[in-house]
Design a binder for this molecule. Structure first.
Ligand SMILES: C[S@@+](CC[C@H](N)C(=O)[O-])C[C@H]1O[C@@H](n2cnc3c(N)ncnc32)[C@H](O)[C@@H]1O
Length: 238
């Protein structure tokens, strides 16, 4: 089992991930999710018949309520953490439209061109981007929509410093209150930020898949909306 899967298993078993998600976004978690899930729902509205939607790195399934009631939508939640998926399964056990797969987003056990839409929130920083893009290219249908969300290193100094302070000071304080048993998992988040590549490099990599629109909340949380093109370029994941 990988280190990241072990760490996230601990977060989901011993911490309170859902409370931390709300605290870390200063109460705006629901608002952010509604914003990017509305983009997914709008794009799905243009599809005919049944659609398969994949949530990569789904965790406890916080994106699910925004699509669950959409008829004809089959959701597949994928995560490396078994505990996260079990948590989601307990929440949505009555829904026959949701499936759970424990595997890595870098090597998906899914058929080629099966997904009408893919969403992934706050997972990007954990994966090797070129491998992820290669898998996104393989499993997404032509003209499908891919929405990827994460906090990221802004090229604006002020936003970068504010986010760094938020992750280095406020998030550990919230962790002490809401998730003290897994404090260490949250206290090191700022280190991820320092190591991340520039947002523009990420957008350039995503443009191999199709047209990319980059939206942002306060220049801190980025939403990449990718419209897959039939003639996307080959990605070298080496
Ligand atoms: C910060 S949580 C976000 C969970 C959820 N998407 C959300 O928005 O609340 C990141 C999730 O990504 C998962 N993850 C990390 N690396 C992964 C990988 N290579 N493949 C699949 N899931 C991964 C972790 O297990 C964790 O559940």
């Amino acid at each position: 089992m990988s280190t990241i899967a072990k760490l996230n298993d601990r977060v989901y078993q011993e911490g309170d991930y859902d409370k931390m998600a709300i605290a870390m976004t200063l109460g705006l978690d629901e608002h952010f999710r509604k914003f990017y899930m509305d983009i997914v729902a709008r794009e799905l509205g243009k599809c005919r018949g049944k659609v398969l939607v994949i949530d990569l790195g789904a965790g406890t399934g916080r994106n699910v309520p925004f699509l669950r009631d959409r008829s004809g939508t089959h959701l597949v939640l994928i995560d490396l953490s078994f505990a996260g998926l079990m948590h989601a399964k307990r929440k949505f056990f009555k829904s026959c439209q949701v499936d759970y797969v424990c595997c890595s987003a870098e090597m998906l056990c899914l058929r080629d061109r099966c997904a009408s839409a893919i969403v992934s929130s706050y997972m990007l920083r954990h994966v090797k981007l070129s491998k992820l893009v290669k898998e996104l290219q393989r499993i997404s249908k032509h003209n499908s929509t891919i929405v990827i969300v994460d906090f990221w290193k802004s090229h604006r100094a002020i936003s970068y410093i504010l986010l760094l302070l938020h992750l280095a000071i406020l998030v550990p304080l919230f962790a002490l209150v809401f998730s003290p048993r897994v404090f260490s998992a949250y206290s090191c988040l700022w280190k991820f930020l320092v190591e991340l590549p520039d947002v523009r490099d990420v957008a350039r990599l995503f443009s191999l898949l199709g047209n990319v629109k980059m939206l942002t909340f306060y220049n801190m949380i980025y939403v990449w909306v990718i419209k897959k093109q039939s003639r996307s370029r080959t990605v070298d994941s080496s």
